[in-house]
Design a protein around this ligand. Sequence first.
Ligand SMILES: CC(C)(COP(=O)(O)OP(=O)(O)OC[C@H]1O[C@@H](n2cnc3c(N)ncnc32)[C@H](O)[C@@H]1OP(=O)(O)O)[C@@H](O)C(=O)NCCC(=O)NCCS
Length: 236
Amino acid sequence: MVRRNLVASAKRARGEAARPQSYDPHMKPLVIVNSGRGGQAAVVFDACLSAGRPVAGWIRADEAAIAPDRGLLLLGDLEALLDDLLLATHDVIVGGGSAQFRRKLSLEVQASGGSLATVRHPAATVSRLAEVGAGSFIAAAAVVGVHATLGVACMLNAGATVDHDCVLGDGVSLSPGVHLAGSVRCDRDAFVGVGASIGPGVTIGAGATVGAGAVVIRDVPAGVTVVGNPAKPLIR
Ligand SMILES: CC(C)(COP(=O)(O)OP(=O)(O)OC[C@H]1O[C@@H](n2cnc3c(N)ncnc32)[C@H](O)[C@@H]1OP(=O)(O)O)[C@@H](O)C(=O)NCCC(=O)NCCS
């Protein structure tokens, strides 16, 4: 019964999908998953509109999740992703939630045979020699430099710059206005707060947090939060 409802919602979604002006009929419509009250999924949706990427609707990962846009069709909760038809006929991007949530769900979608969409705002600049992982998002005015590598489900927000030879693991989040110098490494699920700068060759460990406005000149161990200039571990 649940399955039949999901199939029906997928069919409805195809019929009612929001189709921007430059809709490409060969492109699979996108499903945006959102978790929590943050506005990130709305930013992803807005970039889809600017890029001419058709969006079928959104999936609510939890009770708190808010719609990326009031007019966007709600396709259901996470159970909707169990529907083979929906997975076969749509691309998925996890637009909101913690780094760990985005990474894990994105990898689960892939493991279930689904395809992840990489969404890039048309006003972003991405080197042709960079590699961007599936399910990643690159916002307006972000720059990805030559030979940079982004993993699965990374989030680069407005104006974040990733210079040459940087390596970002799966689920890494860069807030607006972050600057990574050349050859910086950010391991899985690392989070960099708004306006922070990371010096050349520095490694930010897995799950580490860099506070807003920090200037990081030394490696940050996994799971540690650093703040300030020069950045030091936050002692609570
Ligand atoms: C670093 C951070 C994660 C710490 O959050 P927290 O654990 O809730 O810490 P608190 O707010 O309780 O602050 C603890 C102490 O650290 C200081 N602090 C917090 N963030 C700081 C920062 N970015 N720079 C310098 N000091 C900071 C606080 O002033 C406080 O100091 P005090 O104990 O002397 O009063 C958070 O402040 C931060 O910078 N987050 C980034 C947010 C962001 O950029 N979001 C982007 C969304 S797109």
